[in-house]
Structures are given as structure tokens and as C-alpha cells.
Design a protein around this ligand. Sequence first.
Ligand SMILES: [Zn+2]
Length: 483
Amino acid sequence: MKFLSFTKLTFLPVFALLLSCTSAFGAPHRYTVNVDYTLSRLTVEAHYSAPVHNIRARSRNASRFMLDVRGCDDGPAIRVRSRRLLLPDDGVKCLKYTVDLSRAAKEYRGARYLASQNIVVSPSLWLWRPALDDDAEIRVQFQLPEDIQVSVPWKSLDGDNTLFAILDSPESASAPAVFGRFDYREITVPGSTLRLTMLSGNTAMNHDAVVNWIRATATDVSLTYGRFPNPSPQVVVVPVGGGRGTVAFGRVVRDGGETVELLINPDGDTAEFFTDWTATHEFSHMLLPYLDSSFHWISEGFSQYYQNILLTRSGAYDAQKMWQKLYSGFERGRKSSPDLSPNESTGRRGRNSRMKVYWSGAALALMADVTLRERSNGKETLDDVLDRLQLCCLPSSRTWTGPELFTKLDTLVSEPVFMPLYRRYADTAGFPDTSDVYARLGLSVMDDTVSIEQDAELASIREAMTVTHSPTARWRDRLAADD
Ligand SMILES: [Zn+2]
């Protein structure tokens, strides 16, 4: 400053104005989050890049855990109504608040299975924030006691995982945030480093088996087009008690980042990990953007299709088993609410429509894949189209509709395939007829059992669909092409 001449000083107001514009539209809001050693309290100091007038929490229950909130100048407490802070008319630039973390942790559905050294509390319950538009970003710096770690789905900005950026996202559900002492590993597969958090439960689980399972499954998904669709997803594995099988439940959450949450039975047989489809199905969801709930038949269907294709490419299934599973799924879909169209079936939560939701999109994925391969002599596949979709559009910050997705996919191929299928089937009662494509692929069905005919019209296409190709080779090719 001391070197400024008088002429330069005259530019200062303009310069200051530019700076304030930048801070209003470009600079991130900055949150500093502290957690105490006993995981009972979480305190936040939030500095906004410009005064904000509307601060909310995602969950309706968040206000129950707010212990105190006020401006940073230690003024009067700010009242909370429902999930909103009642802010002064001129907004706030800085907030301090305290959350009852140990009580909020009881909201997590797996809480009773967890050892006390680690808790799961969704940011929906403790992150009070303004809405994020396209330019806005929140940076969160965690200040944690020694030995306490945090795992969130947000973009990590430093090597030791304490500084994160929260970007706009579809907010499809509430993401998990994990605090405490847990086993954290980074798993590298082509195109991605998965951030795996394994929680400690009342019963110990075999962490090495979990790591091998997640690595193998993520590698299977990277076989689709040579790299995993998200460069850095959060993966949270929670040991829960009892139940049948080893993998009890899985889901994808797109909330400030992308998370796969897997609940496993620590007493289960870890050999089952490698034939179980749950993780392959959940990871396959990341091949598409998040679709509005009325189009979940598309996202579920594509995941059903890919989980079967990928488990066959990886060797977990043989080809007969895969075509049988697809056939049986299509039959279940066909019998499910035959009076409803796929678009109608997603709207109704009736148990009878569930199989239509899970399988009608899989039938469309198969038809699209075979059409693409047939008309290009095997040079263009559904894998290639999803590769292009990832390059242009994933991970996506917003919710898509079915027609938006299919229109986009059609722009990525030489001649439309997807919207014609959508127009034909999405609003038509019944189930897409797969008998013709099965017959041409050389898949004959007798007494609900599929057998493979070797000399069928599209036999070479059928075989190409399940051939294992080397992910490393394709990845290397892509890197060379990018140079
Ligand atoms: Zn699913």
C-alpha cells in the first residue's frame, strides 16, 4: 500500500467495486466446523461472501438439534422456525451455531449397530446454509481433535480430507457424514479414487474382504467404458446386525457429491460379496445422472441391465445365467401391473408395479444396445454412448427428466435410438416386447428356461456384449487420444 501513487489511488474505488462484485458472485462462503472429542457437540462459524437472507437446513428435524445460533458479534440469539432461520431484514454476513451432535446421531437408521467411536449424522441435520446457485460454493474447513476423522461426499480440496467444497447437487436424499474413528481407505480404479469409509460396529467386519469387494466391483463398472463414471465418490460401508445374506442394503445418494451407502451383515459369508449384485447395481447408477422420481424406471432399468452385463464381463456369471436373469426379470416386469405404462408405474408405489419399474428400462437398454451394435456392425455400443454422456455431462449437479436424458443420448449417436423407444413404450400400458430381440440374438426359451443357439442372426453381437475387455488398455488408449 505504501507504494501507491496518487494516480493509482484514484482507481481504488473502481477496484474495490470490482472486488465486491467478485465476492458477491464468485467467492465461496466459508464454514469452519469443530467437533469435540466425545462427538457430542458440533459448532460452526459461517462467513458469507455477501449478506445472505435465507438460511435453511435440509431436514425438517434439524431445528430439534440446534442448541444456539447467533451472529458472530454475539448479538441476540436467532430464532429458528421449522427448517429456517429468522434472520434480520438486512441479512447476515457471519453466523455461529452449535448442534447437539450426539442426539442428532440417533436419527441414523443404522445407529444402534454402531460402536460408540463413530457416528453418522447427515449434513441435512446440521448444515444450515443458503441455497447454492450455479456460481455459489461453500467451503467447509473441519477442525477436529486428534484421532477424529470426518467423511463427507463433498469435493476434497486437501490431502488430509479436512477442507471440502460443497457444490450444487440434485439432493436426491440425505448424504451421510461420518465422524469419529473409522477405517478410511482410498481405492484407485481406472478414472477414479473411491473414498471408502468402513464404520466400526458392535460386531467386527472383515475390512480386507470389503476393500477387495469394493475394488473389484468398481473395476467391473469401469469396464463399461474404461473408467469409473465419478472421479471421487464417497463409499460408506456400515455393519448392521442379522438379516439374510451378506449385503443387506445399498443406495446411491446425490447430495453435495455422490455417495454409495452399503449396509452389510458382518456375520455373513464374505465369499458372497463377489456374487452379490448390490454394489454393482448401485455403482451402475452413476452411469446416468439423477432422474426425477417419475422416471426411476429408466435409472433402475439401466442399472439392472448393467449389473447383469458387468457381472458377466467380470466372470461372476456365465452368459447363460445372465440371459436367464434378464429373461426372468422381463417376465416379472411383464406380469407386474400390465394395465400401467412405465411412466405410470413409477408414480404408484404399489408393490405390484415394482417389477415393472425395475425391468421396463432394462428392456429398453437391451433394445437400444442391440440396435446400436447391429446398425454399426458392432462399432458403436451403449457403452460408447454412456462414455460420451459422462464426458459431456457427469457427474451432474441437477435432476434430469427421462425425455431430457434420452434426447441427450440421441445427440451422441448418428441417428436417434432412444427417443423413438421412449415414444413407443414410456406411456404405453404393458411391457416392452423383448421376444423378437431375444430370438434374433439366438436366445430360445422353453419352459421359462433360456438356451443359447450358436448360429443365430445376431450371435456375434450377443457374444460381444459380454466379452471382458481390459480396462487398463482402453484407459491407456483414451489418455493417448487426449494428448
Ligand atoms: Zn437402483
